[in-house]
Ligand binder design. Structure first.
Ligand SMILES: Cc1ncc(COP(=O)(O)O)c(C=O)c1O
Length: 440
């Protein structure tokens, strides 16, 4: 139960919105409509909203293409040849990294494979990969196919950090003791920064320390973490990480992903990797070298020239993040989250028989903005009810509704609308003493 006190009125939610220092950022996004009204959009953990500035950013690159064609690669002010560098400072800020440790490129799963090529180095008995319990499908497939590709048997090498108590959450101590238990057989810890299903945030610093102590590398999938929770990848000494930009980074469906490689590794030209011409130093990129030579830092993992139109959207979206400032975003994230939690608890109190349970930890160090709501029965009906009321959440099999109140564009009034719709749905589906129907 959240300890905060809130009110279940539209006036209260509106007053919070009026006092919101980030309130004006909502106006920078296109919000889809349903029945002539903006929806309450809570799917930023799946696909972030379109920033209004994205269109002009794409038009600008189309103009450069039209006017300069091939010369656009070197035409000022933003030559395509080095366009990715325009994104680097923003990504470094969000990842808690040095500029030379990050690069925008490819898509998430592709980048994970590239990182495996470098950091999964099975030798002798050291060949196991530790994943979190119930990993995202793509993560499991990356691990399994990397093993098969190397002639290893996934069922013998993939191990999981399972919850030791309760159904869903895996405690940091449990992950660390699993690491110690596997010891010198452990080659790689591969887990997410924030779990896609439960919304649980993992303690990457402690986990990385434990992994390094037994001689294993750490690769992190930051799909649900970047732009959502504070990251300090450099200080935490994480070896490598990758992310996508279409969720919290609002950079469009299938948008450009990103990659982090710790400085400790970025300067090591001898590290095995899969190479491409764009990963060579700028001065030699157009030459045929007798052998691939990597550029310094994360850029040395690039393969291809950048998809500029997608990069332009990414840049416009990251500029908004930068303007809002991450500390302010985190403050608002926690207040929105708290208000949403309070509503769920209220519904549980009014309709005690509703089979609803919040899976996501309440402690701010163990979550971002996402709230995962376990629904014991009629889950899909509840989901449909919410969608019909203009509340855009998502349904994840087998029994979770995910709700992500995103500080850049969600309002307290959105959360109020969610709360009213949830209460109405709970009364309709499971009955209850409270008869009045709430208005959203
Ligand atoms: C946790 C996680 N990992 C990996 C992926 C796969 O991303 P992509 O399709 O960009 O490779 C997703 C997609 O939603 C995800 O949520």
């Amino acid at each position: 139960m959240t300890s905060s006190q809130h009110e279940a009125t539209a006036e209260y939610a509106r007053a919070l919105d009026e006092a919101d220092e980030l309130g004006s950022f909502r106006g920078h996004f296109w919000i889809p409509q349903q029945n002539g009204e903006p929806v309450a959009y809570f799917c930023g953990n799946s696909l972030g909203l379109l920033p209004r500035t994205a269109e002009a950013a794409v038009r600008e690159e189309l103009r450069v293409w039209a006017e300069y064609a091939v010369d656009g690669h070197f035409a000022p002010p933003c030559p395509w040849f080095s366009y990715h560098r325009l994104l680097t400072p923003y990504l470094a800020e969000l990842a808690g990294a040095l500029p030379e440790e990050v690069v925008a490129m490819n898509s998430l799963t592709v980048n994970l494979h590239l990182l495996f090529a470098t950091f999964y180095r099975p030798v002798g008995r050291r060949r196991k990969i530790l994943l979190e319990y119930y990993p995202f499908p793509s993560d499991l497939y990356v691990a399994q196919t990397q093993l098969r590709w190397r002639g290893l048997e996934p069922s013998q090498c993939v191990v999981f950090a399972e919850p030791t108590s309760g159904e869903f959450l895996v405690q940091t101590e449990d992950i660390c003791s699993r690491i110690v238990e596997i010891g010198e057989e452990l080659a790689l810890v591969f887990l997410s920064g924030v779990h896609y299903y439960t919304g649980q945030r993992f303690q990457l610093e402690a986990i990385t320390r434990a992994a390094h102590a037994v001689g294993a590398y750490v690769i992190v999938d930051l799909a649900h973490a970047i732009g959502n929770v504070e990251l300090k990848l450099h200080d935490w000494d994480v070896d490598a990480a990758a992310w996508c930009s279409y969720k919290y980074l609002n950079s469009g469906p299938g948008g450009v992903g990103g990659l982090f490689v710790h400085k400790r590794h970025g300067g090591k030209a001898e590290l095995v990797r899969l190479g491409g011409w764009w990963g060579t130093p700028e001065e030699v990129r157009f030459r045929l070298l007798s052998e691939f030579q990597p550029a310094y830092g994360a850029e040395g993992w690039q393969l291809s020239n950048a998809p500029i139109l997608a990069m332009a959207v990414h840049r416009a979206a990251l500029e908004l993040f930068h303007k809002a400032g991450f500390p302010a975003l985190c403050r608002k994230r926690d207040r929105l989250h708290d208000y949403a939690r309070w509503w769920i608890e209220r519904v549980r109190t009014i309709v005690p028989q509703a089979p609803l349970r919040i899976v996501t930890p309440e402690d701010v160090s163990q979550r971002g903005c996402q709230l995962s709501l376990w629904v014991g029965a009629n889950g899909k009906e509840l989901y449909r009810y919410l969608r019909a009321a203009g509340i855009v959440v998502d349904w994840r099999e087998p029994n979770v509704i995910r709700l992500a109140p995103v500080p850049l564009y969600n309002s307290f009034h959105d959360v109020y609308r969610f709360g009213c719709a949830l209460l109405n749905a709970a009364q309709a589906l499971w009955g209850g003493g409270h008869r009045g129907v709430e208005r959203g």
